[in-house]
Design a protein around this ligand. Sequence first.
Ligand SMILES: Nc1ncnc2c1ncn2[C@@H]1O[C@H](COP(=O)(O)OP(=O)(O)OP(=O)(O)O)[C@@H](O)[C@H]1O
Ligand SMILES: [Mg+2]
Length: 275
Amino acid sequence: MFKNKAKTGDSLKEKVSPKNFTKNPIKGTKFTVMISSAKGGVGKSTFSINLLFALQKLGYKVGLLDADIHGPSLPKMIGLNERPKTNNDKFLLPLEKYGAQFMSLGFLVDEKTPMIWRGPMVAGTIKTLAEKVLWKDLDFLIIDMPPGTGDTQLTFAQDVKIDGAIIISTPQELALMDVTRGIQMFNKVKIKILGLVENMSFFKGDDGKSYNIFGEDGVEKTAKEFDKKFLGKIPINTELRKSADLGLPLTYKKPDHEISKIFADIALKIKQDVL
Ligand SMILES: Nc1ncnc2c1ncn2[C@@H]1O[C@H](COP(=O)(O)OP(=O)(O)OP(=O)(O)O)[C@@H](O)[C@H]1O
Ligand SMILES: [Mg+2]
């Protein structure tokens, strides 16, 4: 009788104890870096695409996976809207442009498909995107995440081997509260945080002065507080926005632009940390 009791106790323990997830590396890539923010609209996608080409300029083969469900922005940012081909119906072939490889839900789901249909389709699609894209010999795969700490983030965190995460934020207090949540999420799922980036840091006027529109040094202070690296500040810049709207990323089009140099500096820091 006691024996049985002990057995029940053991199986219950097994059920309630935290699961150990097997994290599979994404095939065809050496390093997978996730770009994330708990808050929406802070510039993850803009950062992802420009970091991608900054890493390419360092001589790496790069690819970008746009994992945003509700608003995949890659097709517009890169000026691509084709259906990806498949390899014997088994794997999806990434699209190629400017010497880089790309995959986005936006290539697979019609822009006009109502959101209510997208939801259930997307849950499975995320897994497919993580497992069934035939990336070719990539050094770096950048994953542009949707905002928040929801299902997509957890699917990736639990199933996929991520080499590091970068958290993007704007400097105002409200955004910083979300950064804290983001840091806690990555700590919980044991993903290394490569560092924090402050986007829309300041605006340089025609008068040459810098204006701290959303506050000053908030992200750097948060990084210090949590003992994380601070990777850099990206100012509000019209050319950066326009280049994304035109499908011609700034770091690709103008690698010597002062903003591109900031991205080059961040790319170098990531290289040093990951390699
Ligand atoms: N440093 C910047 N200077 C000027 N415009 C910027 C900057 N960063 C981002 N933007 C613009 O702000 C808007 C939102 O940026 P983006 O789409 O990159 O944010 P996101 O965090 O990916 O948003 P979402 O949470 O919806 O995925 C875009 O129009 C983009 O061009
Ligand atoms: Mg985005």
